[in-house]
Design a protein around this ligand. Structure first.
Ligand code: FAD
Length: 270
């Protein structure tokens, strides 16, 4: 018997590359033309929600994302993994939102969608990488925020978790509702089945726009974002590399390598 009835999973669509460029004028990431994927760390949050649903079939799992209309692919993927439904929060009014404005919009959407007993988020997004959105959503909703969750089990009226701390793990309990930020240690995300993929593709995705939320316009978008990007600089690579080709002159290349190591006072024991 579990006290859990509704779970929301926060899922972000991110560029499928580590080479995200920043617009030096606006300080905003340039996402145009990049192929996208579900934030890899969010797959662990989805997996945990689906495992809870498998254990307690009455649970309804809703995947929620904020992004452009095409971010529906992220929630469709979550459905393909086993979530019940997906919601995309999308509107020009949200463009330029920083982590606080994103969290304001997401928390207002979650309120609108009904009362969730548990909200799961990934540890951080691989593009923005702040790790702020999950805890901010929990805090804005006035929920207990459980971070670095590496194990989670549910009882009739509480959550029992383990969280990774320096040098070990800490055990905690929390009442529902709560927000848990999971880390990748918690599980191994499953691959989608063909049936799951078909369900994800065919599902009706609920779209929420700014007008659906009860928040002032000045709380979202660029103007509602207190983060000011002052300057963006790329690190200068000052090290010079040299390639030694051993294919044509093995002894010469090894000799040159030994000389470099010797010049840099690296001891070599042959
Ligand atoms: C001035 C400024 C302008 C910006 N303008 C834009 C813009 O126009 N468009 C844009 O896409 N980004 C924009 N960004 C980036 C945007 O703020 C971040 O991508 C976003 O707030 C998430 O932060 P993060 O990537 O650090 O996520 P993290 O805090 O690292 O994410 C942690 C977890 O929170 C959840 N989460 C995070 N974001 C979302 C989401 N969108 N939907 C659902 N769950 C989520 C996921 O579970 C994720 O694993 C801007 C940033 C700044 C500073």
């Amino acid at each position: 018997m579990s006290g859990l009835k509704k779970i929301a999973v926060l899922v972000k669509q991110v560029p499928a590359t580590e080479n995200v460029k920043i617009n030096p004028e606006t300080g905003v990431m340039m996402r145009e033309g990049l192929s996208v994927e579900v934030n890899p760390l969010d797959l662990h949050a989805i997996e945990e929600a689906v495992r809870l649903k498998e254990k307690f079939p009455d649970i309804l799992v809703t995947a929620v994302t904020m992004g452009p209309p095409s971010a529906d692919k992220a929630v469709r993927y979550a459905i393909a993994m086993g979530c019940d439904e997906g919601v995309v929060l999308t509107d020009r009014a949200f463009a330029g939102s920083d982590t606080l404005a994103t969290a304001r919009a997401l928390s207002a959407a979650l309120k609108k969608l009904g009362s969730f007993d548990l909200i799961l988020s990934g540890e951080r997004a691989t593009d923005g990488e702040t790790g702020q959105v999950g805890p901010s959503v929990g805090s804005l909703l006035g929920l207990p925020v459980l971070t670095y969750v590496s194990k989670l089990s549910v009882g009739a009226d509480k959550l029992d978790i383990e969280r990774a701390v320096e040098g070990g793990h800490e055990k905690l309990s929390s009442p529902f509702p709560a927000l848990a930020v999971v880390i990748k240690e918690i599980n191994s995300p499953r691959l989608c089945t063909l049936g799951g993929k078909l369900k994800g593709r065919k599902s009706d995705i609920k779209i929420l726009s700014f007008a659906d939320l009860d928040i002032p316009k000045e709380n979202v978008g660029l103007s509602g974002s207190p983060t000011k990007v002052v300057k963006v600089r790329y690190p200068q690579v000052t090290r010079k590399g040299k390639k030694l080709s051993a294919a044509e002159d093995f002894d010469g290349a090894v000799g040159e390598l030994l000389k470099v190591l010797n010049d840099n006072r690296v001891e070599v024991n042959a």
